[in-house]
Design a protein around this ligand. Structure first.
Ligand SMILES: [Zn+2]
Ligand SMILES: [Zn+2]
Length: 283
């Protein structure tokens, strides 16, 4: 019996499984990409995923770090890799060391400190790129990008042997291309992310929209979270095919959140939106 009842969304060949309620827990995994964005309280289902991409150190996003590492060790899996903002590495190490002393067992871990602009290789053709967010000191988001090579236009009609011959001569016949698959903003207030093409063109955007009613605008501002007014502006500026909404407040019922989104987001954008925790829509 798994520890959590996680939400699951399938978009083409990708599953997005997770749980995300503001202040309670946020953990969102894409198993086919072998990444888990934030770790929440480390649900059983995400333990086999090899990469945790931590956006910031708030308890609801980071509490499960030690359990994730410990449980992988217990199950005989390799050490998990945790990417985290570089300013968080010392306290993360402190926590892992403290737990190792409490538990009596070492917790194997690959800890990688990251900063905006960094890229980390997840698989041979897949990287996680790091960008800054506005939430807490050092907070970041991640885009998972597939890197491919595309044959240059002028060589597109050549036969296989001709291509082999050109390659032998050292001719560069293809250009590198990037396909941004999924972007996770983590917790953040509004930022004009359209400046970053790989975010604007990501097939899937996983974005927080915490607050929905006018009375909560001050809360959004104080906690550096997104209010629906900002969220509407954000997605209007981006070209994502799918927008997965996370980190919803419990102060507003899900049925009301759905109605408010529908009334405030233009229809062409609303069709792209999936509320992660809206269990009434998913079966
Ligand atoms: Zn949060
Ligand atoms: Zn936070």
């Amino acid at each position: 019996m798994p520890s959590h009842n996680l939400a699951k969304i399938t978009i083409d060949d990708l599953d997005i499984i997770g749980y995300s309620i503001a202040g309670e827990e946020t953990v969102i995994a894409v198993p086919q990409l072998d990444v888990c964005f934030d770790i929440g309280k480390a649900p059983d289902q995400i333990i086999p995923i090899n990469h945790v991409l931590l956006t910031h150190g708030h308890m609801d996003h980071a509490a499960g770090i030690a359990y994730y590492l410990s449980h992988r060790n217990f199950c005989g899996q390799s050490a998990g890799t945790i990417l985290a903002p570089e300013n968080l590495l010392p306290p993360i190490k402190d926590i892992i060391d403290a737990w190792a002393r409490l538990d009596g067992n070492k917790l194997p871990a690959n800890l990688v400190g990251v900063k905006p602009g960094d890229e980390f290789q997840i698989k041979p053709n897949l990287v996680a790129r790091v960008f800054p967010t506005k939430h807490s000191r050092g907070s970041v988001g991640f885009t998972v990008i597939e890197k491919r090579k595309k044959i240059k236009q002028e060589f597109a009609n050549l036969s296989g042997p001709q291509i082999v011959e050109l390659k032998k001569q050292g001719v560069a016949i293809d250009n590198p291309i990037e396909i941004p698959i999924v972007t996770y903003l983590g917790d953040t207030q509004y930022v004009d992310f359209s400046q970053l093409n790989y975010i604007a063109e990501s097939k899937i955007l996983i974005a927080e929209c915490t607050f929905y009613v006018d009375e909560h605008a001050d809360r959004a501002h104080a906690g550096r979270h997104m209010h629906i007014d900002e969220f509407v502006k954000l997605i209007a500026e981006l070209n994502n095919q799918y927008v997965v909404v996370t980190h919803t407040t419990q102060r507003t019922p899900m049925s009301q959140i759905r109605k408010i989104l529908k009334s405030q987001v233009p229809p062409d954008r609303f069709d792209r939106i999936i509320l992660l925790m809206d269990r009434s829509i998913r079966s």
